[in-house]
Design a protein around this ligand. Sequence first.
Ligand code: F0G
Length: 407
Amino acid sequence: MSGSFLRCIKCHKEFNEKEILYACPSCGNLLEVVLPISELDPDELRGSFDKRPLSVWRYRELLPDFKGKAPISMDEGGTPLHRCSRLGEKLGLRNLYIKFDGMNPTGSFKDRGMTVGITKARDLRVKAVVCASTGNTSASLAAYAGIAGIRCIVMIPSGAIALGKLSQAMMHGAEVFEVEGNFDDALELVMSSSRELGLYVLNSVNPFRPEGQKTAAYEIVDQLGGAPDSLVIPVGNGGNNAAYWKGFSEFKELGLAKKVPRIFGIQAEGAAPVAEAFRKGADKIVPVRKPETVATAIRIGNPANWLKTMNAIRGSKGDCIAVSDKEIIDSQKNIASMEGLFVEPAAAASFAGLVRLIEAGDIDKGERIVCVATGHGLKDPDGAIRVSKKPVKIEASIRSLKANLGA
Ligand code: F0G
């Protein structure tokens, strides 16, 4: 999109998109891309979008402009919006949906942002890209850097990421470093590596990544024929919920949606600084020093996007709450066994949060509700096997089968 620029989310200072910046040089807060919405013609946009398949680049007029050069893409986006009849019935909801973003090329929503981020990296002719990751970002970055032929360095918390994700980063050819420490330590190292070594950072502090991620909100509006009433979404580093908020808000401003949903962020109890700030009505988070949860993707104590997240959730009149590991695993099992969707634990946090929000009366049963499932269950097979009923060994005989079936 030409005519867009970068703006600090706090002091609103403006910057050129060509500058490599992850934070405002004046006040240190994060930056976002601002579109010249008033210069756009909604009818023209609608016509262009409708000619293309549901995908990230269907919305290219609202994405960074690469001067006619094709983006580096694997046809990401266009993920199913699954209507949950059985889970809906269980909770007494008629209009419950799961946006299954685990169906992206590398199995998580990160691909939406990475197609934009890596295309930017190509345009900037950077020598190497880098990220810290609880797993999915590293898998996605490794894949896209491979396509672009750009050197890729990923830093993961030692021993703390799901095996499927690690195998992806390794197979796609990234240089993988296991950092002694947690995700927050790895991200700090990444930020200093960018200052000291000039590596291009593709964590969600990069303002172009959320631009790709916001397309999931556009897709939901197009799939439903309007915005939902409530959106429930896991929160880790805090980038994705803010990206959805931006997407819904832009569609509303353009007149392509009548409203924005309330956004409910869900954290895991052992890693819940944002939920804690909301519980206390505070303006700032207090970082959690030793975050812990089975949902390794969101085991983050000091979310870099905390202010964007709080602005998004407050701006939408939503809330942020925390759920226990047991609630997360129960939800993962229910989504898999009743709706046929295998989602990873972090992705199941949204449904676990919805159960609580319905019980508390914070979301009305008559609402149109979308839960975001951010990553695929095959990312973490060890975890799934650990919490599931074990297979029963039998002899290869009908007698043995009958005995074990209780028939
Ligand atoms: N769900 C999954 C499956 C994730 O991988 C992540 C984040 C989130 C939710 C939270 O999104 O950080 O934008 O609030 N994963 C990052 C990673 C941190 O490194 O893969 P967020």
